[in-house]
Design a protein around this ligand. Structure first.
Ligand SMILES: Cc1ncc(COP(=O)(O)O)c(C=O)c1O
Length: 462
């Protein structure tokens, strides 16, 4: 751990944190008697806390972010050099790393051509919603403005993004919400809503979207926003047949397909983007977390040329452009870090590694399921995996959130950080989440699942 910090310094940091930091997504009462966790240092797949305890990070910084691992000197150096040359200029002007990263990114996204920079996943999604609304005003007298979103999906923390949020516990107490957002059913076959299976189930789940469109009126629906693989809503990989039908429905009713790649984006599922596993042709794609692996804040909204063109068809109309501002979208650290992040993924063959290591986690979890009946379902794509815990495999009664969190805490005590869906879905915060950096080795994967094995035995006794 950091040799520059002695025990007095660390005690001071802990007290300063306790006195002044408002942590995200956590209750603070326990910090009156216990220390908050402070992560002091990271290298590769490992992090060290304030007590010098080493942890293997099975969650890429907690929220699927540090895709290329900690301590990347080449990213730090590139960002340092760029900051000294030019740290910032607002986005009405271009920047060298901004243009170069956009070019590389578009190269990975056939069919799309324009990149709009901003700072967070929520912000990128809001910008997509704004574009859909502006197109509705320009082309359809404002009528075709509604955005459909899916039960169990999440698109961000701001009020409009929560209005498109399919996780009722996340949304609770933050209403009233923005009008114009309409929910469609989720597609998780394990929690089936129709008595079908496989491809038939996938098609039926997509048809449910069409039913909502018809009920709302196709001339009122402008966009459909979906996660390619639902993350915080329970690691939901879509059933076969789903995406083809979704694409057909969007075409049929002239609805823009907006894919939220904030979690899957840049490598997490073993392809550059999650949607590329399913042959989808989106009109808009948003991304954030893994774009620069957390070395700098960056988010992108990428669109087709057709969407872009619709904002510049009449230069005499002074309102005819995307009248949006993102102050920190002009920071050059983001695209600089993103360029180097992408180079690392390519040079170190991390997509290939993600496919291999993802298959290993899934295999290991299936083996654990043979031993531990509490594992009801195993799902995942690449290094983006989940295990849903149930009290009874037949009834699929979900395991209590408290017991699921006890597994997470016990793994942490063993020096392995894993995640779990939390405060997302009432009564259904029961999925353990595994998303180590794309550099994970077979030993790392086995250490993570060995810890889970021990915790499940300890907590559920089998
Ligand atoms: C799928 C998805 N979209 C959007 C967001 C919001 O991103 P941010 O926290 O950067 O605003 C998240 C965050 O977890 C997410 O999981």
């Amino acid at each position: 751990m950091d040799g520059n910090l002695n025990q007095n310094d660390i005690s001071h940091v802990v007290e300063a944190d306790r006195a002044h930091i408002w942590h995200h997504l956590i209750q603070h009462k326990p910090f009156e008697t216990a220390e908050p966790r402070i992560i002091v240092e990271g290298k590769g797949l490992r992090v060290w806390d304030q007590n010098g305890k080493e942890h293997i990070d099975g969650v890429s910084g907690g929220v699927w972010t540090v895709n290329v691992g900690y301590g990347r000197e080449s990213i730090a150096n590139a960002v340092r050099d760029q900051l000294l040359k030019l740290n910032y200029f607002a986005g009405a002007a271009g920047s060298v790393p901004g243009a170069l990263f956009a070019e590389k990114l578009i190269d990975k996204m056939p069919g799309l051509s324009r990149v709009y920079y901003c700072n967070s996943g929520s912000e990128a999604n809001e910008k997509a919603f704004k574009m859909i609304r502006q197109i509705a005003h320009k082309k359809y007298g404002g009528k075709k403005h509604k955005v459909l979103y899916r039960d169990r999906d999440y698109h961000g923390t701001t009020i409009a993004a929560l209005s498109a949020g399919g996780q009722d516990e996340r949304n609770a107490q933050y209403g009233p919400f923005t009008p114009g957002f309409v929910r469609v059913p989720h597609c998780l076959e394990y929690r089936a809503q129709w008595d079908l299976s496989g491809e038939e189930y996938g098609k039926r789940a997509a048809d449910a979207i069409e039913e909502v469109i018809l009920a709302e009126g196709p001339d009122t629906v402008g966009g459909l926003c979906l996660e390619p693989v639902t993350a915080g809503g329970g690691v939901i990989t879509p059933p076969l047949g789903y995406w083809n039908r979704v694409q057909e429905i969007c075409k049929k009713y002239d609805i823009l397909l907006h894919i939220d790649e904030v979690v899957c984006g840049l490598g997490r599922t073993g392809t550059w983007f999650g949607y590329q596993n399913y042959g989808i042709k989106p009109d808009m794609v948003t991304m954030a977390k893994g774009v620069a692996s957390g070395y700098a804040a960056i988010a992108c909204l990428v669109t087709s040329e057709e969407v872009f063109e619709s904002f510049k068809d009449d230069p005499n109309d002074k309102m005819n452009y995307f009248r949006d501002i993102s102050t920190f979208g002009g920071c050059t650290a983001g695209p600089t870090a993103a360029l180097e992040n992408m180079r690392i993924i390519e040079d170190e063959n991390l997509l290939e590694n993600t496919v291999k290591m993802g298959a290993r986690i899934i295999d290991n979890l299936h083996n654990l399921a043979e031993k531990h009946p509490v594992i009801g379902d195993v799902r995942g794509s690449g290094l983006f995996c989940g295990a849903e815990l149930v009290k009874d495999r037949k009834t699929k009664e979900p395991e209590d959130e408290k017991s699921v969190q006890a597994v997470v805490a016990d793994c942490a005590a063993q020096g392995v950080l894993i995640g779990a869906t939390n405060r997302s879905l009432p009564g259904l915060n029961n999925t353990l989440c595994f998303s180590p950096a794309l550099i994970a080795t077979p030993d790392d994967i086995d250490q993570i699942t060995d810890a889970v094995d021990k915790s499940l035995t300890k907590i559920f006794g089998n």
